[in-house]
Design a protein around this ligand. Structure first.
Ligand code: NAP
Ligand code: GDD
Length: 331
C-alpha cells in the first residue's frame, strides 16, 4: 500500500487530495496545526478512529515553522509521496504579514525538503507552486514564462519553486512544481473572492444580508475546479521523470464577470447589492492570469473540464443550501 503525507490537509486542496488518495487505496497522513478550536471541518467526513481496524487516514500535529518536528514525522511515517500544500495562502494578508508569509510559505518548503534529505528518505515531493509567481508578466503564462511576483506571497512561492528545483538538480530528489492557476470549490476559504461572492449571493437571496463589499472588479483570473486539480497533482508524481507543470483552464473572466454569473444564477441584480470598499485593494495587483496547460494535457493527460460559469453556479448552489439551513435554524 502506498503511503502519502499531505501538509495543509485541512485546507481546500488538502481535503480533496486526501479523499482522492484514499479512493486510490493509499494510506494517507496529514499534518495539522494545533489550535484551541477544531480546524478539521473539511476532513471530518473522511476521518476514521485510528483504533479501528483498517484505518488508513491519520492526522499528526505539526507546524511548517518547526523543522525538527518535520524530521521526526517524516522518519516515523516514511511516506512514498509528500504533497506540500501547507502555506499562508492569502495574497492580501501577505502584505500585512510579509515576514510570517515568508517563513511559512517560503522557508517552510525548505524545512520539509531538508528534512527529507537529512533522513535520506526516498520519496516523491510535490510543491504547491502558484500562478501568482507570474504576477506582472502578461498572459498567456506557461512553464517557460518569466516570474515577476507582485506580493510577499508570490515572492515566497518563487523561493519555494526554486528550492524544489534546486533539490531536484543538486540532490537528485524527485521534486516537482505544480504551477496551479486559481482553483475554487464550495470548500474554498470564505475570504477568497469567488467564495466571498457565492456566499454573499446565497446569503442575500436567503434574506440574511443585503450588501456585498468588494475591491477590484477588473482583475482577470483563470478559475478552475479544485477537485479536478488535485488529480493533476497526483498525476505529476506518477510521471517517469520529475518535471514542472501548469494546471489551468485556459479561459479568462474578470471578477465582475464572476459576480454577474453568480448573481444571475440566483435571479438577483448584482448592481443593487455590490458596493466598492478600498480595503480590499492590494498595494500591487496582479491584473491578469490566464494559463496554458498544454504540457499537462500532452504529458499527463490532464485537462480541466469544469469551467468558470459552471463552477460559479455549483458554488452558489452549495452556499444557498447552507444559508437556507441557517434560516431554518433561526426558526
Ligand atoms: P488553504 O485552503 O488556505 O489551505 C492552506 C493549508 O495550509 C491549511 O491546511 C492550513 O492549516 C495550512 N497551514 C497554513 N499555515 C501553516 C503552518 N504554518 N503550518 C502548517 N500548516 C499550515 O489553501 P489551498 O487553496 O488549499 O491551497 C493549497 C496550496 O496550494 C497552498 O500552498 C496554496 O498557496 C497553493 N495554491 C493554491 C491555489 C488556489 O487557487 N487554491 C493556486 C495555486 C497555489 P489551517 O487549516 O490550520 O489554517
Ligand atoms: N480576496 C478578495 N476579496 N479579492 C478581491 C476582492 C475581495 O473582496 N475584490 C476584488 N478582489 C480581487 C483581488 O484583487 C484579485 O485580483 C482577485 O480578486 C482574486 O483574489 P483572491 O480570490 O484573493 O485570489 P488571488 O488570485 O489573489 O490568489 C489566489 O490564487 C493564487 C493563484 O493565482 C490564492 O488562492 C493564492 O493562494 C493562489 O496562489
Amino acid at each position: 500500500m502506498k503511503r502519502a503525507l499531505i501538509t495543509g490537509v485541512t485546507g481546500q486542496d488538502g481535503s480533496y487530495l486526501a479523499e482522492f488518495l484514499l479512493g486510490r487505496g493509499y494510506e494517507v497522513h496529514g499534518l495539522i496545526r494545533r489550535a484551541s478550536t477544531f480546524n478539521t471541518s473539511r476532513i471530518d467526513h473522511i476521518y476514521t478512529d485510528p483504533h479501528e481496524e483498517g484505518a488508513r487516514f491519520f492526522l499528526h500535529y505539526g507546524e511548517l515553522t518547526d523543522g525538527s518536528r518535520l524530521v521526526t514525522l517524516l522518519s516515523r511515517i516514511q511516506p512514498d509521496e509528500v504533497y506540500h500544500l501547507g502555506a499562508q495562502s492569502h495574497v492580501r494578508v501577505s502584505f500585512d504579514e510579509p515576514e510570517y508569509t515568508g517563513d511559512t510559505t517560503g522557508v517552510g518548503t525548505t524545512r520539509l525538503l531538508e528534512a527529507i534529505r537529512m533522513i535520506g528518505l526516498d520519496c516523491r515531493f510535490y510543491q504547491a507552486s502558484s500562478s501568482e509567481m507570474f504576477g506582472a508578466t502578461p498572459p498567456p503564462q506557461n512553464e517557460l514564462t518569466p516570474f515577476h511576483p507582485r506580493s510577499p506571497y508570490g515572492a515566497a512561492k518563487v523561493y519555494g519553486y526554486w528550492m524544489a528545483r534546486n533539490y531536484r538538480e543538486a540532490h537528485g530528489m524527485y521534486a516537482v512544481n505544480g504551477i496551479l492557476f486559481n482553483h475554487e470549490s464550495p470548500r474554498r476559504g470564505e475570504t477568497f473572492v469567488t467564495r466571498k461572492i457565492t456566499r454573499g449571493v446565497a446569503r442575500i437571496k436567503a434574506g440574511l444580508e443585503e450588501t456585498l463589499y468588494l475591491g477590484n472588479l477588473d482583475a482577470v483570473r483563470d478559475w478552475g475546479y479544485a477537485k479536478e486539480y488535485v488529480e493533476g497533482m497526483w498525476a505529476m508524481l506518477q510521471a517517469d521523470e520529475p518535471d514542472d507543470y501548469v494546471l489551468a483552464t485556459g479561459t479568462a473572466y474578470t471578477v465582475r464577470d464572476f459576480v454577474e454569473i453568480a448573481f444571475e444564477h440566483a435571479g438577483l441584480d448584482w448592481e443593487k447589492h455590490v458596493r466598492f470598499d478600498e480595503r480590499y485593494l492590494r498595494p500591487s495587483e496582479v491584473d491578469a492570469l490566464i494559463g496554458d496547460a498544454s504540457k499537462a494535457a500532452d504529458e499527463l493527460g490532464w485537462k480541466a473540464e469544469v469551467l468558470t460559469p459552471e463552477l460559479a453556479r455549483l458554488m452558489v448552489d452549495a452556499d444557498y443550501e447552507t444559508a437556507l439551513a441557517e434560516v431554518r435554524s433561526k426558526g
